[in-house]
Design a binder for this molecule. Structure first.
Ligand code: ADP
Ligand code: MG
Length: 284
């Protein structure tokens, strides 16, 4: 298959949208699988107590399995909870178990409560370097729909935000609130955070509405919105019940193709950005 370019440093994304059911988890697991299929080292962090990303990637996550809860609350090293995805080489997962549902409350009383995931990821990347392991190319963090401390931890840990937008009624509802929250985090907790990527999902090309929503999103976010949109597809929605992404469940389907295209675009853009930055730095 096509190999994607490696970024110069680990790119860390939070997949966010305060609406539920818009395709955050589906986007996280399929983009991650597509990037890994493109020859990159990818880690998915399941930061949602529902554990849907863990399920979709066929990862063991019943209560008691070492998970992101242990990392965030008990300082267990990230490398001690990570499991490889059996179907996709280069894809690893830090699972979420039901324990994580208590974390929102437990976090309140902890020191540096907003920075715990950030610190865990830094320590993990340092550990990889010390071990002489290949650098991690991408880390994708799947979030719950609420703006609680778990989501704030993800926003502090990431540099980039990927917002999936469903091409349906009320698609843009809540978006301005999300953007305001990202601004707040940027101002107070993470100066680097920015919305780098917007992905149109559940696009039904037969409806005028889908085209209208897509046009509106592209008009508001011309630089962030990916050219590739993700179609509404039964294969995409079926895959998780087999513990698979659509990339292995039905590699030739339109959904798999769309996610590969979207992931390639993300990978290519990242390389351009870092080149631009290098050029800018060299010019100074
Ligand atoms: P979120 O994580 O934002 O709550 P999910 O990724 O779980 O959203 O998606 C919500 C539902 O929509 C799931 O049942 C999922 O299988 C389905 N879904 C997501 N993307 C697509 C798509 N492109 N085509 C069809 N169904 C989809
Ligand atoms: Mg989800």
């Amino acid at each position: 298959g096509v190999r994607f370019p490696k970024p110069t440093t680990t790119r860390i994304f939070t997949i966010a949208n305060q609406k539920g059911g818009v395709g955050k988890t589906t986007t996280t697991v399929n983009v991650a699988a597509a990037l890994a299929t493109g020859g990159l080292n990818v880690l998915v962090i399941d930061n949602d107590p529902q554990g849907n990303a863990s399920t979709a990637l066929g990862i063991d996550h019943q209560a008691g399995v070492p998970s992101i809860y242990d990392v965030i609350i008990d300082d267990v090293p990230l490398q001690d909870v990570i499991q490889p995805c059996k179907d996709v080489e280069g894809l690893n997962v830090a699972p979420a178990t039901i324990d994580l549902s208590g974390a929102e409350i437990e976090l309140v009383s902890l020191v540096a409560r907003e920075n715990r995931l950030h610190n865990a990821i830094r320590a993990y990347l340092d550990w990889r370097a010390e071990q002489g392991l290949e650098p991690m190319d991408y880390i994708l963090i799947d979030c719950p729909p609420s703006l609680g401390l778990l989501t704030i931890n993800a926003f502090v840990a990431a540099r980039e935000v990927l917002i999936p937008i469903q091409c349906e009624y009320y698609a843009l509802e809540g978006l301005s609130q999300l953007l305001k929250n990202i601004e707040l985090i940027r101002g107070h907790l993470n100066f680097d955070l920015h919305v780098s990527t917007i992905m149109l999902t559940m696009f039904d090309k037969r409806t005028n509405l889908a085209h209208e929503v897509a046009a509106e999103v592209r008009e508001h976010f011309p630089d962030q919105t990916l050219e590739a949109s993700i179609p509404r597809s039964v294969r995409i929605s079926e895959a998780p019940s087999y513990g698979q992404t659509v990339l292995t469940y039905d590699a030739g389907s339109t959904g798999a193709l769309a996610y590969r295209e979207a992931a390639q675009e993300i990978a290519l853009r990242g390389t351009q950005t870092s080149n631009d930055q290098t050029t800018a730095a060299a010019a100074e």
